[in-house]
Write a protein that binds this ligand. Structure first.
Ligand code: ZN
Ligand code: FE
Length: 241
């Protein structure tokens, strides 16, 4: 029994993620902001939706939630800490909670930094990490409501997950992240190889995600920052980049 993921592109650079539990046929969607794009993907997959997972309250992640919920009768899971500014939740969760999904479970990880109530979900069956705007491929989210210390702690919780974990993030930002990352670690060979691969993919308009966590550990300067001060410096430099 395992969970597989499929990216659903939305707007200019967002991704929702379609989850399928092979054992039970249960289907989930993460951050269904564009109801039209998400409904098309779900209907093409058989028209079943059990669970809607929300990583954080920003409109480019949650805007389509109520329409998608109504159409399929799915239940909505999101952060208890942000229940006041998320769509109506059926299950309000926090660090350490587990969410039943089909025959398996998703683990909730609090990841403040981008927003105060940001959460990530990790599904051990399939090694799927749904990290919203906390960890991007070769980057991390902007510190809109949190400190560098909070983001550092959040990234390091994610870094402790198995290296094979699939990093399913909220945006296709990898190419611009790669350009910036090369200014931080110009001699990182793994990063240089990856950046060239990303350029080739984007030249054809192809996706660059999900990546594997172990690759991010070798190539992502935000995950590689030794402490919160350094992470803050890199994040500030990226904001100006
Ligand atoms: Zn966001
Ligand atoms: Fe976003």
């Amino acid at each position: 029994m395992t969970v597989t993921v499929q990216a659903v592109p939305m707007f200019s650079d967002n991704y929702a993620w379609l989850l399928r539990d092979s054992g039970t046929g249960a289907v989930g969607i993460v951050d269904p902001a564009d109801a039209g794009a998400v409904i098309a993907a779900i209907d093409a997959d058989g028209g079943r939706l059990d669970t809607i997972f929300l990583t954080h309250h920003h409109g480019d992640h949650v805007a389509g939630t109520d329409e998608v919920r109504q159409r399929y009768g799915a239940r909505v899971v999101g952060a208890a800490a942000d229940a006041h500014r998320l769509p109506r939740l059926d299950l309000a969760v926090a660090e350490g909670d587990t969410v039943p999904f089909g025959g398996t479970t998703a683990h909730v990880i609090d990841t403040p930094g981008h927003t105060r109530g940001h959460i990530a979900f990790y599904i051990p069956d399939g090694e799927v990490l749904l990290c919203g705007d906390t960890l991007f491929s070769l980057g991390c989210g902007r510190l809109l409501e949190g400190t560098a210390g909070e983001m550092f702690a959040s990234l390091h919780k994610l870094a402790a997950l198995p290296g094979a974990a699939l990093v399913c993030c909220g945006h296709e930002y990898t190419q611009s992240n790669a350009r910036f990352a090369l200014t931080v670690e110009p001699d990182n060979l793994a990063l240089r190889t990856r950046a060239a691969q990303v350029d080739r993919l984007r030249a054809y308009g192809d996706r660059t995600v999900p990546s594997r966590l172990q690759a991010e550990m070798a190539e992502n300067p935000f995950l590689r920052a030794q402490d919160a001060v350094r992470l803050g410096e890199i994040r500030a430099a990226k904001d100006r980049f």
